[in-house]
Design a protein around this ligand. Structure first.
Ligand code: FES
Ligand code: FES
Length: 195
């Protein structure tokens, strides 16, 4: 099947990716943009591993077509840390032992980022409800909830805020972010994001 070029705005960098119409956002991020922090677990919308933010809202990358999100602001786990510090949620997951494996953790963190943007003092029940779509078969979730709670406290105590997309742009471009001849940031990706 023929491929088409789409322009994806990911972590404030622009990527041109050749995709097939049926390619998912998760696939395009991983294979097209080289952003492998977004994981594909079930690939059918049940595990939350592929959670990214689209215009600030959590979205399942495995159920979102890459074509659907052209021109929209996409945020992945790679875009969270600032130039010199981790995002408060990343710190809290590490400090509280909330980090699980590399498959499920990015999704938990991205979902939690969205939660703390709208609710800076969530109750434990609200945290559990927010992460209900993120599955890990290896944990009782208690430390993950601890981590989100701790991050919320840190953000409040430091009068910090979860980085907004604009704040995120203060960090360096992604590794593939050199400006190319066409003035496009990010990787000009001749390869396909095909399956
Ligand atoms: S990989 Fe998308 S929900 Fe499981
Ligand atoms: S699925 Fe990641 S630790 Fe359980």
């Amino acid at each position: 099947m023929s491929k088409t070029l789409v322009t994806l705005n990911v972590n404030d960098a622009t990527y041109e990716v050749a995709i097939k119409p049926q390619d998912t956002l998760a696939l395009a991020l991983r294979d097209g943009c080289g952003l492998t922090g977004t994981k594909i677990g079930c690939d059918m919308g049940t595990c939350g591993c592929c959670t990214v933010l689209v215009d600030g809202e959590p979205a399942l990358g495995c159920l979102t077509l890459a074509l659907e999100v052209e021109g929209r602001r996409i945020q992945t786990i790679e875009g969270l840390a600032g130039a010199e510090r981790l995002h408060p949620l990343q710190r809290a997951f590490a400090e509280c032992g909330g980090s699980q494996c590399g498959f499920c953790t990015p999704g938990f963190v991205m979902t939690s980022v969205a939660l703390l943007r709208t609710n800076k003092a969530p109750s434990r029940d609200e945290i559990k409800a927010a992460i209900a779509g993120n599955l890990c078969r290896c944990t009782g979730y208690a430390k993950i909830v601890d981590a989100v709670e701790h991050a919320a406290e840190q953000i409040r105590d430091e009068d910090d805020s979860v980085p907004t997309p604009n704040e995120m742009s203060e960090k360096p471009e992604t590794q593939a972010g050199d400006k190319d001849d066409a003035g496009i940031h990010g990787r000009r990706q001749p390869a396909t994001a095909g399956r």
